[in-house]
Design a protein around this ligand. Structure first.
Ligand code: NAP
Length: 449
């Protein structure tokens, strides 16, 4: 257990008290606070003017009703959220998640993380997150469209290209962004392309945005491996999930010579020792909206499907949890370490529990935290905003090169900051401190607001 700095202890107690029952939010705040002791020791001024208290309190939280009608004419009511956490560095920016597990505590943990992540990119974007407890699974296209339209009918009044710019997350991809952009345009009578990112190329999207979070995660892990004179070539990799982040993580690893041998969804995981057949996986997940069980079935005896099991039992050199929060716990981390894992990169947000993170760090495993590793998605969203503002569109190659260079920059910033604050090689400390300092400096410059 890391103990909190004595100045931070009461602030953390206050966060827990004021945000009762929001466990994931508490977890995210605690992780950052565990890193901030070193900053307060060196720069006590950062504990003044309520800076840290302010950073934990969202600037604005919106909760709203989302009524919609299913294909049989039955009315459903969901709850919508947008937590605008910080606009110190730029317009609020962060994705929308549609998943039945969504409640205020999930959106707040994601929004809080987003503030630091966006700061780490070095780009002019604040932090926010939103979504709904709507479950898109099994819903028809028409139902998804009606839901998205109803959601946007309330949310639009809080958005704007200079105010708040959402993107996708779990359950929200290009299709949903399209329906929401269409409704925004219709209500406002404005073609404001920069109000949403993750758009299709046909109407203002950016090359590489679809691939960005996965590719960026792999670029970050490649930089970590370089510090030990290693690379992806010939490495066995396990990637959890099989959604947007997982698929493009797998794609880039394969391009770099690594072999991804397992992926999953919430029903189970599949092991394919010959290496995941990405074309088949994409066809099943992106076109047919199927399950990884369908992948195993299509391949017959060459792939093994394990219903419900734990994907982290599969021995690998590199693990990339890319599904959801707290999907890799202390037991899983111990198994991975025993099996010789050398690097872990968090593609999902907060996928490793605090004890899992400690086990990796103590064992000397290269550990890349989500804030840094998966920041390529939002960074490319910021590139999409740049292209929209200048009514320009860049090539795939040029955009991917920008992404790779941004990820190198984030890696180096984390690494140098960790070193400066006495924790060389600790990317968690580096990411938290570097992100915090950038936001705190901007907040101080803007006065007490
Ligand atoms: P997605 O396309 O909706 O895919 C999510 C994947 O995770 C699905 O395969 C889903 O399986 C699986 N999953 C969800 N809960 C699971 C569980 N409990 N156990 C195993 N698998 C589970 O979402 P995504 O965009 O890839 O997002 C994945 C993660 O990356 C999230 O943590 C998200 O916040 C983070 N992230 C995304 C972006 C982005 O640009 N999209 C950027 C930064 C971070 P089912 O189909 O069974 O639900």
């Amino acid at each position: 257990m890391v103990t909190l700095d004595e100045k931070l202890e009461p602030l953390y107690a206050q966060v827990v008290r004021r945000n009762a029952g929001e466990d994931e939010f508490h977890q995210a705040v605690k992780e950052v606070f565990e890193s901030l002791g070193a900053v307060i020791a060196k720069r006590p001024d950062y504990a003044e003017d309520g800076l840290i208290e302010r950073i934990c309190e969202p600037e604005r939280q919106v909760i709203f009703r989302v009524p919609w009608t299913d294909d049989r004419g039955q009315v459903h009511i969901n709850r919508g959220f947008r937590v605008e956490f910080s606009s110190a560095l730029g317009p609020y920016k962060g994705g929308l998640r549609f998943h039945p597990s969504v409640y205020l505590g999930i959106i707040k943990f994601l929004g809080f993380e987003q503030v630091f992540k966006n700061a780490l990119t070095g780009m002019p974007i604040g932090g926010a997150k939103g979504g709904s407890d709507f479950d898109p699974k099994g819903r028809s296209d028409a139902e998804i469209m009606r839901f998205c339209q109803s959601f946007m009918t309330e949310l639009y009044r809080h958005l704007g290209e200079h105010t708040d710019v959402p993107a996708g997350d779990i359950g929200v991809g290009q299709r949903e962004i399209g329906y929401m952009f269409g409704q925004y345009k219709r209500i406002t009578n404005r073609y404001e392309a920069g109000v949403l990112t993750g758009k299709a190329l046909a109407y203002g999207g950016s090359q590489v945005r679809t691939e960005a979070t996965g590719y960026g995660s792999v670029f970050f892990v490649r930089e970590m491996l370089r510090t030990r004179s290693a690379d992806f070539d010939g490495k066995k990799v396990v990637v959890s999930g099989s959604g947007n982040v997982a698929i493009y993580t797998i794609e880039k690893i394969q391009e770099l010579g690594g072999k991804v041998i397992a992926c999953s969804d919430s029903d189970g995981y599949v092991v394919d020792e010959g290496g995941i057949d990405l074309a088949l996986l994409k066809d099943i997940k992106e076109r047919r909206r199927g399950r990884v069980a369908d992948y195993a079935e299509a391949l017959g005896s060459t792939a093994t499907y394990v219903p419900q099991g734990c994907i982290w039992d599969v021995p690998c050199d590199i693990a990339m949890p890319s599904a959801t929060q707290n999907e890799l716990n202390g037991r899983d981390a111990r198994v991975l370490v025993e099996n010789g894992v050398m690097a872990v990169g968090e593609g999902a947000n907060m996928p490793c529990t605090p004890d899992a993170m400690r086990i990796f760090t103590d064992a000397g495993v290269l550990f890349g935290p989500a804030k840094a590793v998966n920041a390529g998605g939002v960074a490319t969203s910021a590139l999409e905003m740049q292209q929209n503002a200048s009514r320009d569109s860049w090539t795939f190659e040029a955009t991917e090169e920008r992404l790779a260079s941004i990820m190198r920059g984030i890696h180096d910033r984390c690494s140098e900051t960790a070193e400066e604050y006495g924790a060389p090689g600790n990317y968690v400390v580096g990411a938290n401190i570097a992100g915090f300092i950038r936001v705190a400096e901007a907040m101080r410059a803007l006065g007490v607001i």
